[in-house]
Design a protein around this ligand. Sequence first.
Ligand code: AHR
Ligand code: AHR
Length: 498
Amino acid sequence: MDNGRSGTRITLAPWRTSGAVDRGIFGGFVEHLGRCIYGGIFDEGSSLSNDNGYRLDVLSLLKELRLSVLRWPGGNFVSNYHWTDGIGPAANRPSRVELAWGALESNRFGTDEFLAFCAELGVTPYICLNMGTGDLAEALAWVEYCNATVHSYWADRRRANGHEGPYGVPYWGLGNEMYGDWQVGQLSAQEYVSTAARWAKAIRRLDPKARLVSCGLNGWSDWDRAVIDGLVDLVDLHSLHVYTGSKDYWENLVSPYQAERGIACASALLGRAAYLQRAKRAPKVAFDEWNVWYRTDDGSLEERYSFTDALAVATYLNIFIRHSHQVSMANLAQMVNAIAPIVTTPHEAVPQPIYYPFMLHSVSHLDHAIDVSIEGEQFDAPAEPAGRWGHRLSDLGPFPFVDAAATTDSARGRITVTLVNRRPDRSEDVELRLTDLAFSDVNRARALTEETDHSKWPMPDVAGVRLEDCDVPAKGSVAHVQLPPKSFAVIEASMASD
Ligand code: AHR
Ligand code: AHR
């Protein structure tokens, strides 16, 4: 077709589920890094903050994202963080040299402030342990402080600091990126496995309900293989991190498929190890750091996002949904100021373009991921990726111009479809075809596009978006939507027997 429009057919099989969607995939991550915590979520002196020092404008933007889980305090930061510095009266807390990002850590925001913030936001806390300069005793004390119900030393310290009952923190990360030469206390895979195994066994004795997360890399590395083989029966989740991005439009849009590669490789390794070792079950993947990130590499990481980045973020989430049977947690890194969907000034908090696809995905997706098949024109990935990590992508293509994921409720009465049109200059006619069921109503259809009028941007350097309703005529099992060029669309519809 060359009339400025092209066509894609998407077949949706509501009864063919590819797994229950774990709301854990709509997770976030906040690290003591640049202005993420201080001046981001926590700003005691600000007139915009409540009595606890939480910025209310930030809180309300975060609430709209309907986050499920929040990881803290790092990231690289955690590998030289001593949590005991951050409890008790603020005036007595020491300032420490912070080795990951070269800052000074005041410790004004610590464990109790984080956990109260999670309660305020209505999210499940996920704490990553210090395996760099920290030892097992310190890790156990942290779990005891948060979760113990008895009158032990650390549980009583928690009570003395104002929290009578246990916090019940379920998720504990066994170190952050311990493979990296940028990590304080970097370990070899062998050292990591033996340390993490000792820690896992001891933490489980203290708190049998703890859900432990092993530190993986990208999913396809030898590190992942060694860690999975060594810890498969001791952990609940295996974590992966992938950051992508490029000045090249096409590469930026398709590099999130590296996450799909990571999920596929890690899941195969997890399944293999679980089978060979007769483990009770294979751990699932926690994609506990992911985002577009390629522009900044200083101590603040104040990346300014483009609309193309927003489409990449939408694609990441489509991928996590399509792999619902393998991925039970994913954490957008990070939430405020540092590589984040929200930017603050002393006077306001505004969303960046990547905020919107996350919000739209999170508020509209339903319980079961379903099979989606896409028939349409395809393109190849650029042969030479220019991105930050320089991994090749071309073997993952060709890619359809339209990316899609879909979910339904258990009764198959409702369906949500999320679509990314990667064509920069053409609209795309998309036919949505249901197998076995018919559309009874299109309840809502919205398209997110780039705001090209800079005068409508929320801040001079923070790009804007447009969110408009779109028309989705439906008859029987077929619906049509015309996706604008370079857009993300969410369609929410009701279904009935045909
Ligand atoms: O999110 C920024 C950094 O990226 C984290 O501190 C680290 O874990 C990763 O390398
Ligand atoms: O090159 C390693 C990366 O660089 C780390 O993930 C990040 O923390 C650092 O900025």
